[in-house]
Design a protein around this ligand. Structure first.
Ligand code: ADP
Length: 492
């Protein structure tokens, strides 16, 4: 009987389930959009139950589409949006508040307080991160402080906290197993990257009770079986749990120190594998855990860009100058340049390397000649400019220079974007045939654990290599314009 691996990719805007065969082909895929709520300016929330129900729905759907029986699935691997924070009641299994999404800025006051109290240095040293609403700790504190009785309940051991991975594993195992993996734990601001354990001192200064935290496990690991009621009495082992960006790094085959990948999803994420070494950034990048297999922990340097593909979604849904993300490629190519137009998509502030949570988006350089094609082109260009900013910092911090990067994510389907990125980075940009590398990374990690694949099986076929085609003078000139636009946005 042929066997398969099922990946669950729980992203910010949708949940996907994909079944892979042994040759790493996608046998079937199911996707369901999930709602985002914006209760106040800068706040971003989701319904945690909807996240779980969408996961069940896509898992059922992918099985029925593929006509594969549940007993043919060797293992499930889960990749998930990171940092998004859920607190739920241990007994009822009900979330006590919406999931606070990674993009949300509702905890900026808490973060300002923590900075004023001088916690910045210990946070940086212990976690490799920085104090920012992006990470889970301030979101946990916010829920504990704002939801009636939450703190009392937490102190009595009646509440559990989890990022989306913990929530899904807890629900899928019949409300039994409360775990997370090192890649997700390293995004909470409560995790010590040297010891790979929860940090007692940080828990104490942030006033977060340890009893609500999940147990930390490796990334490729047998956590438990799904409860029988889900898959027609079959129990399927869950064998990997991994943050989406680290999953993509693994799926891209970035196994060696110095390998870099760039994901263009809702946000933009560039990660460099730094091996068993924690590289401390001097330029606003994060030192994160990439994964743990057995006892071996691999680290990465990361630049997170808050708004990338979601800028295109905004042009489609709010500004309504495009009907679909797909047509942006042709629109951008229909004009030869932006004519000096720049969009700085600081809708929720700017992430790496600027880390400014107060500034907001700006469009500069408008003329009467500006039309929607220039706007679309400037939007796509801004995605590439942001990754150039991050790449510059990575080279500076790590001392490693490279000749190519690997790309994935929804917007990596856009040929204009990748050619422009290659031009301004002046390096090769490589895209694989399979674009679902986040799901594939989770599948690989699960398949390695259950013996379905070995590391040698994980080599992939390239789809296209974009080669740089612009002069250095031209690149310098347009990039200088981008830097001026960012400065204008931050000083407004
Ligand atoms: P996530 O996993 O973060 O939810 P995806 O990796 O699926 O997101 O990427 C979706 C994002 O990419 C959306 O914000 C969408 O606007 C953008 N996108 C999708 N296709 C294209 C395209 N062809 N060109 C530009 N942007 C695109």
């Amino acid at each position: 009987m042929e066997k398969f691996i099922m990946a669950i990719d729980q992203g910010t805007t949708s949940t996907r389930s994909i079944i892979f065969d042994h040759n790493r082909n996608i046998v079937a895929m199911s996707q369901k959009e999930t709602n985002l709520f914006y209760p106040q300016p800068g706040w971003v929330e989701q319904d945690a139950n909807e996240i779980y129900l969408s996961t069940l729905a896509v898992c059922m759907d992918v099985l029925s589409k593929s006509s594969i029986e549940a007993n043919q699935i060797c293992a499930i691997g889960i990749s998930n949006q990171r940092e998004t924070t859920i607190l739920w009641d241990k007994k009822t299994g009900l979330p006590i508040y919406h999931a606070i999404v990674w993009q949300s800025k509702q905890t900026d006051v808490i973060c300002d307080e923590w900075k004023e109290k001088g916690y910045e240095e210990i946070v940086k040293k212990k976690t490799g991160m920085r104090i920012d609403p992006y990470f889970s700790a301030s979101k946990i504190a916010w829920i504990l402080n704002h939801v009636p009785q939450a703190r009392e309940k937490a102190e009595k051991g009646e509440l559990l906290f989890g990022t989306v991975d913990s929530w899904l594993v807890w629900k899928l195992t019949g409300q039994k197993i409360h775990i997370t993996d090192v890649s997700n734990a390293s995004r909470t601001l409560l995790f010590n990257i040297d010891s790979c354990q929860w940090d007692e001192e940080l828990l104490s200064v942030f006033d977060i009770p340890k009893s609500i935290l999940p147990e930390i496990k490796p990334t490729s690991y047998f956590y438990g079986n799904t409860m029988p009621a889900i898959f027609l009495n079959e129990k399927i082992p869950i064998c990997s749990v991994v943050g989406d960006q680290q999953a993509a790094l693994f799926g891209q085959g970035c196994f060696e120190k110095g390998d870099v990948k760039n994901t263009y999803g809702t946000g933009g994420f560039m990660l460099m594998n730094t091996g068993n070494q924690i590289v401390r950034s001097q330029s606003g990048l994060l030192s994160t855990v990439a994964w743990q297999i057995g006892n071996e922990v691999t680290y990465a340097l990361e630049g997170s860009i808050f708004v990338s593909g979601s800028l295109i979604k905004w042009l489609r849904d709010e500004i309504k100058i495009v009907h679909s993300a797909l047509e942006t490629e042709e629109m951008a190519q229909s004009v030869s340049s932006c004519n000096g137009l720049y969009i700085v998509p600081a809708f929720v502030g700017l992430g790496a390397p600027y880390w400014n949570d107060k500034c907001r988006a700006a469009i500069v350089g408008l003329t009467f000649g500006t039309n929607q094609n220039h706007m679309v082109r400037a939007a796509l260009e801004s995605m590439a400019f942001q990754s150039k900013d991050v790449l510059h910092s990575m080279v500076k911090d790590s001392g490693v220079s490279f000749t190519s990067i690997k790309v994935d994510g929804g917007a990596a389907a856009n040929n204009f974007l990748l050619q422009f990125q290659s031009d301004i980075l002046m390096c090769d940009v490589k895209r694989y045939k399979i674009n679902e590398l986040t799901a594939l990374g989770a599948a690989f990690l699960a398949g390695l654990n259950c013996g379905y694949w070995t590391k040698e099986d994980l080599k992939m076929e390239l789809d296209y290599v974009f080669k740089p085609s612009r002069s250095k003078e031209n690149v310098d000139q347009i990039y200088a314009g981008w830097k001026r636009a960012v400065k204008a946005c931050m000083t407004f």
